[in-house]
Design a binder for this molecule. Structure first.
Ligand SMILES: [Zn+2]
Length: 332
């Protein structure tokens, strides 16, 4: 089902309430001097994001049992300030939307408190975000290890935009959140939600699998803003399975993957907040990567990092056959 409600590309800037509270909540940092106008606009939109969040709560209280479908989409769609009332399942990325009109840095309140977040799949990354030398194409998300049938959970509160089979993604769920982000869950064996369904952080949106363009069971997980992906590791901590920060200072340089910036790594440290809670659970194994050099074989690399060849191959399920040179692989 394709649902395009109307054309409203421009966020309704200027309509936000100029209340003291709203102004205080807005912390947009604008590095671009000639975008003062945008600065005001973003401030207002930050206020509006929280107005949306309140609507979500109301919907839930009215119909607490069973799947809740969004009523009155024109009014209640999440993040209307960023996306208008366009809510189509025809595309993951809307081609006509660009980040050009945005300031260099955008402040996003991801959650008010950590209870509004759930780690989608607590397991190791088997393939990071970035340029994939081997396929000569970008990888717009992270691959997370799982077994077929494992429940995959929604990261934040929001409304399901896509819930269907979608090309290389296989069975796909895309959720638009009240915080302005969208999260993408690919290769599912089964989709457990419907388009327009109101979901909460922690809801099982589907079950892990290997549908679409996939070499083995894993979750392909993306985080997008304005349809544009950025490294999920900017906000998700895969060592402690926590959210790194409640407030994301989203810099424009985080977007886009090209051959030139393929070595780009999220500097995760800058997003750490002191009050981050300790993960309630174990799993504190350090993940380590290594870039293969000429002459490296599975055996050699395994020896070098004191793991077995089988372990090494399991950690890198995307690589078939011989080890390619210049490939970043997981070694711990
Ligand atoms: Zn992937």
């Amino acid at each position: 089902m394709a649902l395009v409600l109307a054309v409203a590309t421009t966020p309704s800037f200027g309509q936000g309430k100029g209340s003291k509270k709203g102004k205080k909540a807005a912390q947009t940092k604008v590095q671009n001097d000639n975008s003062k106008k945008d600065s005001t606009a973003i401030n207002d939109s930050t206020t509006a994001i929280f107005e949306d969040a309140v609507i979500d709560k109301t919907v839930r209280e009215e119909a607490p049992k069973g799947p809740v479908m969004l009523t009155d989409p024109k009014r209640n769609l999440p993040s209307k300030v960023w996306y208008g009332i366009q809510f189509s399942d025809d595309y993951v990325k809307k081609p006509s939307v660009t980040l050009d009109s945005l300031p260099d840095e955008i402040t996003i309140k991801i959650v008010k408190d950590y209870s509004e977040f759930c780690f989608p799949m607590k397991n190791v990354i088997t393939s990071p975000y970035g340029w994939r030398e081997r396929w000569d194409r970008p990888h717009r998300g992270v691959d997370i290890a799982l077994n077929t049938g494992d429940p995959v959970r929604c990261a934040f509160n929001g409304v399901v935009r896509i819930a269907k089979s979608f090309g290389g993604y296989g069975n796909l769920v895309v959720v638009r959140h009240y915080n302005g982000l969208e999260t993408v869950y690919g290769h599912l064996s089964r989709v457990n939600v419907k388009q327009m369904q109101v979901v909460k952080a922690g809801d099982v949106i589907g079950f892990g699998g290997s549908t679409g363009h996939s070499t083995g069971p894993h979750l392909h997980f993306e985080v997008r803003f304005q349809y544009e992906p950025f490294d999920p590791e900017w906000i998700l901590d895969f060592k402690n399975y926590t959210l790194r920060t409640r407030t994301l200072y989203l810099n424009k340089t985080y977007f886009g993957i090209t051959k030139r910036n393929r070595t780009y790594k999220a500097d995760k440290s800058i997003h750490k907040e002191r009050e981050l809670p300790k993960a309630g659970d174990k799993a504190k194994k350090k993940t380590e990567y290594y870039t293969t050099k000429r002459g490296d074989t599975w055996e050699k690399v395994a020896k070098k990092f004191k793991v077995s060849e089988t372990q090494l191959k399991t950690m890198n399920p995307d690589i078939m056959g011989k080890l390619p040179v210049g490939e970043e692989i997981r070694v711990h």
